[in-house]
Design a protein around this ligand. Structure first.
Ligand SMILES: *Cc1c(COP(=O)(O)O)cnc(C)c1O
Length: 385
């Protein structure tokens, strides 16, 4: 990877050491130009007319995202964020009383809230599968729970927001297939960060956002739904794009994943997200993953060597999300001090990951991307000492 060239292609790199990529990454120039260009066109010739003119770029989104994930374009839906993408899949599942949902301790609270809502409404049971000692989902425990039967859904995150763990997504996929159980993967933090291939993982549904490691525009996301199950899922909402009106009182749902979409959307964002997916694929996801892992490992090593700093990531092969505490210093104050030195980091909050017994009250989170440099890591370290 030519890091200098990549940084020159990212205007934000000249302004700030951006270590908040799990929050929202800096977009590269082609994404900025695609989004700004479409908005400018809408402003000059009219938004409907601009959509007609840029029809190919808008349509390109499906192939770009599908290409990144090893999916088919008709398995991809454009949704305004990862939460709604995930919701459109989850609330489509025809749960019945007594069904079991299996999830992990590191689950994102928005998902946990949805489980509890469906549990209360439909008499579904939500069960949190125990962890291994390093915080990842225990595959033995998952297998034991699957063997007990009545599991309607296995639903978990690939990488949580609040620490560096990476769940064994592909091994989970294998177990779900063996037991014929639906598998929903929240890949919000892993797409654009790790190699994510839906066939290797074996998930039936996958949701992600544009603004995080994918470096797309904010207010964009997508849903993947495998062809085999697409037609068995009835979205909780349908509009005149997701379904065709059949006079006098009927409708026919779309056959592809666009049944999970709405007609109205952030069109510039859709173009920009497609460009971001192509950008990541062109650089090479294996190369991106290796660079992120390298920088994160270096940062953890340096942090761990400093007295008074505790690195909280316990997983054997952690992600680019680095979390830690500093004795006697409030994480929010560290974030503010870093900002003054031109370094963007964030803090985690236990409310975002309610099932996790190891969740630290509040911790500092530095999340690296491939465009970061060792000098930028040093800049953060100098703020801490
Ligand atoms: C950020 C995040 C979400 C929510 O994504 P939005 O695009 O903000 O809706 C869901 N799950 C995980 C693990 C996340 O990190």
């Amino acid at each position: 990877m030519d890091i200098d060239e990549i940084r020159a292609d990212t205007p934000g790199c000249a302004k700030v050491a951006h270590l908040n990529n799990a929050g929202a990454a800096l977009p590269p120039r082609p994404v900025i130009e695609a989004v700004a260009g479409h908005f400018a066109l809408e402003s000059t010739i009219g938004a409907y007319e601009a959509a007609e003119q840029n029809e190919a770029a808008i349509g390109r989104f499906y192939g770009a995202v599908a290409g990144l994930l090893g999916a088919y374009p008709d398995e991809i839906a454009y949704v305004e964020n990862a939460t709604r993408a995930w919701d459109m899949a989850f609330y489509s599942i025809p749960f019945a009383e007594g069904d079991r949902i299996l999830t992990t301790t590191s689950e994102y609270s928005s998902n946990a809230i949805a489980y509890q809502q469906v549990a209360a409404a439909k008499g579904v049971k939500v069960e949190v599968v125990p962890d291994e000692a390093d915080g990842t989902l225990s595959l033995d425990a998952l297998q034991a729970e699957l063997a007990k039967g009545n599991v309607r859904l296995v639903s978990l995150n690939h990488i949580p927001t609040h620490n560096g763990l990476v769940n064994p997504a592909a091994e989970v996929g294998r177990l779900c297939r063996e037991h014929g159980v639906l598998y929903l993967l929240d890949a919000c933090q892993s797409v654009g960060h790790l190699v994510v291939d839906v066939n290797e993982i074996g998930c039936d549904m996958l949701s992600a956002t544009g603004r995080k490691f994918l470096r797309g525009p904010r207010g964009t996301g997508f849903l993947y739904v495998r062809r085999d199950i697409l037609r068995t899922l009835v979205p909780p909402f349908l509009d005149l794009h997701a379904a065709d009106w059949k006079a006098p009182d009927g409708f026919q749902m779309r056959e592809d994943a666009q049944r999970f979409e709405t007609w109205e959307r952030y069109v510039a964002g859709q173009i920009g997200l497609g460009v971001a997916a192509d950008y990541a694929a062109d650089l090479g996801m294996p190369q991106i993953e290796a660079r992120v892992m390298h920088l994160a490992a270096r940062l953890r090593e340096e942090l761990a060597a400093r007295p008074g700093i505790t690195v909280l990531d316990r997983c054997a092969r952690p992600s680019g999300i680095v979390t830690f505490t500093v004795d006697g210093h409030d994480p929010a104050a560290i974030k503010a001090a870093a900002r003054e030195h031109g370094v963007n980091i964030n803090v985690t909050t236990p409310l975002a990951h309610g099932y996790d017994p190891h969740a630290h009250a509040v911790a500092v989170r530095a999340s690296v991307h491939y465009y970061n440099t060792e000098e930028e890591l040093d800049r953060l370290l100098s703020v801490l000492t």
